[in-house]
Design a protein around this ligand. Structure first.
Ligand code: URA
Ligand code: SF4
Length: 191
């Protein structure tokens, strides 16, 4: 059987890997397309690749990825069943926050990922994704909340990298992920 969703995700990956639409292509080692289950019920969206992701060409494989994986494990979400991606697909120099222009140019890939996977819930990880997808606001003031907008359901939590600088936030992230899991159970979303 032809798997159209998977084919389409692979096509985006190939385009991202060769993309030169913005200047972030000049400093990257590897572009980092979204990866995971192309029919996932939940999609996680971070900010941009860091050093490890740039080296490996895969999202959330460095320290922030380790924290994400540990948290998913703890609440019983299997990473291979979800889809993980970022607002921009190439690493900004020195891990600076991607500019508005870079986000705007790269957005076509994210929009296509969202429309192909068509997740029941989009989990926003941190400020940059919050700002880019929903206009932003205080992430600490809004974390743990669901927001219905543009015909989709978003869930807000902190970025796993925030825990590297403030270990107390680990419990906030875990608590939010538990909230997310409860909603998935209620809505019969496989995780
Ligand atoms: N931080 C992100 O936002 N995305 C990654 O892929 C890794 C770290
Ligand atoms: Fe292309 Fe996005 Fe990379 Fe810019 S960040 S070069 S738009 S894939």
């Amino acid at each position: 059987m032809i798997d159209i969703a998977n084919d389409s995700i692979n096509r985006i990956k190939a385009e991202v890997i060769n993309c030169k639409l913005c200047s972030l292509c000049t400093n990257r080692r590897n572009a980092v397309p979204g990866e995971g289950n192309s029919k996932a019920g939940i999609m996680f969206i971070g900010e941009a690749p860091g050093r490890n992701e740039d080296e490996k060409g895969r999202p959330f494989v460095g320290l922030a990825g380790k924290i994400l994986d540990e948290t998913l494990d703890k609440v019983g979400i299997v990473r291979s069943r979800i889809f993980v991606t970022n607002i921009v697909k190439c690493r900004p120099p020195g891990n600076r926050v991607p500019t508005e222009d870079e986000r705007r140019v790269c957005k076509n890939y994210l929009e296509r990922e969202i429309s192909i996977v068509s997740p029941k819930i989009i989990c926003i990880l941190g400020r940059t994704a919050f700002e880019s997808l929903l206009g932003g606001g205080s992430i600490l003031g809004n974390r743990g909340k669901f927001i219905a907008k543009y015909g989709r359901l978003f869930f807000l939590t902190i970025h796993p990298a925030a825990i590297i600088y403030n270990n107390k936030l680990r419990y906030a992230l875990e608590k939010d992920m538990q909230t997310l899991v409860m909603e998935c159970r209620r809505l019969n979303i496989p995780i």
